[in-house]
Design a protein around this ligand. Structure first.
Ligand code: FAD
Length: 474
């Protein structure tokens, strides 16, 4: 049987990779619309300094089942030596800042910090825990709510506004007032609903059977190293793009695999137990289709036959993010070292945050920063002028305002990533369940991968593809 995979980003490539590991080999075809593989993962090297710029993902987490899956993939691809870990004791793991109330604020990173009043908060964070302990259950049981409302209800408005909202900007460029609590805290929310508090939930559920990440994904010396050495995050030397590149290398040696670039899917039609896929005007017939396309694209492709499914897929919103890579031939520009700074949306600055790349990886005596801009608020700030010049102007104004860096960068590289991150707004999980139910009830030979269904991070997308490939009946 032939399996077709749509999309040559990390989702599509890893689906192919895991399919090739199956015993009963099958013919697999991948169709990618653009002229390169990798999707949003894109790394480039500055000619003069050899510094790596990432225009998409840059930091990966080694923890949890998704984290382990990626580490194992990296090991199987033989590129574990290219991992650049950031240990928990490293300044970039410890120092995380928020720009709020017009000032740069260091988030507490010690027990002492929790009992002290630290700006932008007006009382010690310890009180947030007390509020959770003394606040009862919600009046009616909740199916879902925004992450902002959940945190404000349990820990107070300040924590929602100055701690959680910037983090949501950093993870999905979204508005915490819209993003579902289940996006980050599904289990915590469910326990809170059951036991009437977050802390209560954690303590009372201690005896419940916890699924140990190590139990489901076999550990190797390499994955154990991440745990023993206490990696907080890691990057890839030469950039994250080495992962899709190595997958492609691996797939090119497999005679059952066909990799097609410049191959745009124009229409999908399900006929009995076949899928007819229109690629550049020619029909490809497959037994099964794995889509890792953005959900709005998939919706358009099958709308003619499944308008209800298409409507659900197309109602998942995506945001635009501008990524501005900056390099200064001067190593001492940052007054405070750390991972970077996230901006509280209430500051209304047009930038989501700044990553201090040169504090995280060797940047050859340069200061290297990445400004993330727009997201949920892209139209508000750039609706009238979304030119690269204007985006760079706003980025540099904010670098000056937030970090007190006033000199001109020696390199300024800007990418505007349109509709790049799906938003898991309140009700998203229920929507994905309805979509999967529709696919099952209508017996469509279709599996849904990619960033819109099981998590927006690289790890989530890889794990989702792994599960699809392993569970597919061949
Ligand atoms: C700016 C930015 C920063 C990020 N930072 C991080 C980070 O630090 N850590 C992290 O874990 N995650 C991060 N992410 C998220 C991560 O990049 C994504 O989860 C992941 O790359 C999504 O992969 P994918 O394969 O699902 O989708 P994509 O990369 O979007 O791949 C989909 C592919 O489908 C192709 N395609 C589209 N239409 C068609 C068609 N009609 N026919 C055929 N092919 C088509 C596209 O060309 C594309 O190559 C970031 C994302 C962005 C945008």
């Amino acid at each position: 049987m032939t399996v077709s995979v749509l999309g040559g980003g990390i989702g599509g490539l890893s689906a192919l990779y895991y399919l090739t590991l199956r015993q009963n080999a099958t013919k697999i075809k991948l169709f990618e619309a653009s002229s390169r593989f990798g999707g949003w993962i894109k790394s480039s090297k500055d000619d003069k300094t050899n510094v790596v710029f990432e225009t998409g993902p840059r930091s990966l987490r080694p923890t949890g089942i998704p984290g382990l899956a990626t580490l194992q993939l990296i090991e199987n691809l033989g590129i574990e030596d290219l991992v650049v870990p950031v240990h928990r004791s490293h300044v970039a793991a410890k120092n995380r800042m928020v720009y709020a109330k017009n000032q740069l604020c260091m988030m507490p990173n010690s027990l002492k910090g929790i009992f002290t009043t630290i700006p932008p908060f007006t009382k010690p964070l310890f009180y947030a825990g007390i509020k959770d302990l003394f606040t009862g259950k919600s009046k009616v049981p909740l199916e879902d709510e925004s992450i902002y409302d959940f945190i404000a209800r349990r820990f107070g408005e300040e924590i929602a506004q100055y701690a959680i909202s910037p983090v949501i900007c950093g993870i999905c460029a979204g508005d915490a007032k819209e993003i579902s609590v289940k996006f980050l805290f599904k289990e915590i929310f469910e326990k809170e609903q059951k036991y009437g508090g977050v802390i209560k939930g954690i303590f009372k559920s201690r005896k419940e059977k916890v699924q140990d990440a190590n139990a489901v994904t076999a550990n190797t010396e390499f994955t154990k190293r991440a745990k023993i050495e206490g990696w907080s995050i890691y990057r890839m030397q030469d950039g994250v793009e080495i992962i899709p590149k190595k997958i492609v290398e691996h797939l090119q040696n497999n005679e059952n695999v066909e990799l097609n670039l410049n191959s745009t899917c124009e229409r999908i039609t399900f006929k009995n137990d076949e899928v007819h896929i229109l690629i550049n005007g020619n029909t490809q017939i497959s037994k099964h289709l794995i889509s890792t396309l953005p959900s709005f694209t998939l919706g358009n492709l099958l709308e003619h036959q499944h308008p209800i499914l298409a409507k659900e897929l197309k109602s998942i919103q995506y945001v635009d993010v501008a990524v501005i890579n900056l390099l200064y031939n001067n190593e001492d520009l940052l007054k405070q070292k750390g991972f970077g700074v996230l901006v509280a949306p209430s500051e209304n600055l047009g930038v989501l945050g700044v990553i201090f790349d040169s504090c995280i990886v060797d940047s050859k005596n340069n200061t290297v920063l990445t400004v993330m801009s727009g997201g949920k608020w892209f139209d508000k700030h750039y609706g009238k002028d979304s030119s690269i010049q204007n985006i760079e102007k706003v980025a540099l104004e904010n670098i000056s305002k937030i970090l007190d860096i006033h000199e001109k960068p020696d390199v300024c590289l800007t990418h505007l990533n349109r509709q790049c991150i799906p938003q898991y707004i309140v009700g998203h999980h229920a929507r994905i369940e309805r979509i999967r139910k529709y696919i099952a009830e209508n017996k469509l030979s279709l599996s849904l991968g990619g960033a819109a269904s099981d998590g927006v991070g690289v790890n989530d997308v890889i794990l989702s593809s792994k599960r699809i490939a392993e569970q597919l009946v061949l």
